[in-house]
Design a protein around this ligand. Structure first.
Ligand SMILES: NC(=O)c1ccc[n+]([C@@H]2O[C@H](COP(=O)([O-])OP(=O)(O)OC[C@H]3O[C@@H](n4cnc5c(N)ncnc54)[C@H](OP(=O)(O)O)[C@@H]3O)[C@@H](O)[C@H]2O)c1
Length: 333
């Protein structure tokens, strides 16, 4: 089989496809014939050795993939060869064959293509943890999503809408605003990046978006920095701000007195830890959003499908902020 191998950490385009030996599943593992790969920002960090976890080279990189089951290890009864699946692994998804632990593999409805499933798995599971498990969004809630046209942002917008919330996405351009509107939400173009002007925008425009002074119930923040500080300003009584990530590269701090006086809660939404401590909830969530995808009620927003040998260029394009929506790879092209 062919796959990418990280022999030494380096820029994405320094890594090449290699011929390698086929894989065999051990106990508790599933071997997947990989048809499609989803590309994420953390993949681009991982191949450079800049991700928070640094596997020792040589290793096979990649986290999101979809295809069919080739073989199952001892004691696995939940899957059988030929089942369509989608998986999120820690490493090894950028290969024609992928070994995944049982906990990381999900049944994929026939109506959901491998490309859409691989493009969706990390961003929709992250959005599910943020919107449903952590924020507990329900019908009628007012939800603000920052970085709303990003991968996790668009997923959060759609899942909050599917739960009956009124959603406002914060974006930087009209093109991104249209992507948010196409997902059934309102969009607000905000170009301010400095803390004070941003705070004012959130106090005035975001808070008053719904025509009264109640404010928002939830902010899902994927950007961090000044956007996080400003995000607190639009929340009303019992408001919750969910930290998803720091796309701005800036890790902010919240003043405890502001949280106290305004009756606010700030919480994190780490996806990975939920695989260890709340796998049942992740399985419920994945089945739910895969069902919505199968029914055409939400979109994976895959904007481009690359051939296998262009995968690393795709990671470079993500680093260069050239990508709108999600990038996926057709492993067999
Ligand atoms: N919690 C978890 O388990 C988890 C899982 C996956 C990802 N994440 C993190 O969540 C964050 C969002 O991920 P994503 O996949 O949605 O990223 P993405 O597709 O790159 O989107 C990020 C969005 O943030 C906005 N942004 C604002 N300032 C930015 C800046 N200085 N640099 C880059 N983007 C900026 C951009 O929108 P505008 O241009 O419209 O401002 C962009 O659309 C990342 O930090 C990622 O590491 C966390």
């Amino acid at each position: 089989m062919r796959g990418f191998l990280i022999e030494t950490y380096g820029a994405p385009t320094s890594h090449r496809l290699h011929d390698m030996a086929g894989l065999t599943p051990g106990p508790g593992e599933i071997l997947i014939e990989n048809h499609a790969i989803g590309l994420n920002y953390p993949d681009a960090l991982m191949v450079q050795g800049k991700y928070q976890k640094r596997p020792e080279p040589p290793f096979r990189p990649g986290r999101d993939c979809a295809g069919v089951v080739l073989a199952v290890g001892e004691a696995i009864t939940e899957f059988k060869p030929g089942d369509p699946v989608v998986a999120q692994v820690f490493t090894g998804a950028f290969s024609e064959q992928v070994l995944a632990p049982l906990s990381r593999v999900f049944h994929r409805p026939e109506a959901v293509s491998a490309v859409d499933a691989a493009g969706a798995i990390t961003v929709f599971n992250t959005a599910y943890v943020a919107v449903s498990i952590r924020a507990g969004v329900k019908e009628g809630d007012r939800v603000v999503v920052t970085g709303a046209a990003g991968g996790v942002g668009l997923a959060a917008v759609q899942l909050a809408r599917a739960l009956g919330a009124q959603v406002l996405g914060i974006v930087s351009t009209e093109e991104k605003a249209q992507m948010v509107r196409d997902c059934g939400a309102d969009a607000l173009i905000v170009t301010e990046r400095e803390e004070e002007p941003l705070k004012q925008v959130f106090k005035d425009k975001v808070r008053r978006h719904w025509g009264d002074d109640r404010g928002a119930d939830v902010v899902i923040d994927t950007v961090g920095g000044a956007m996080f500080i400003a995000g607190l300003r639009c929340l009303g009584y019992e408001g919750r701000l969910v930290i998803v990530g720091f796309a701005s590269g800036d890790i902010p701090s919240a003043k405890a007195n502001y949280l106290l006086y305004n009756d606010l809660t700030v919480m994190g939404a780490p996806l990975d830890i939920h695989f260890d401590f709340a796998l049942d909830r992740i399985r419920t969530g994945t089945d739910w959003w895969l069902g919505l995808l199968a029914e055409g009620r939400i979109k994976a927003n895959v904007s481009e499908v690359l051939p296998f040998d262009r995968l690393m260029q795709g990671l470079q394009d993500i680093l260069d902020r050239k990508v709108a929506g999600k990038l996926a790879v057709d492993v067999r092209a």
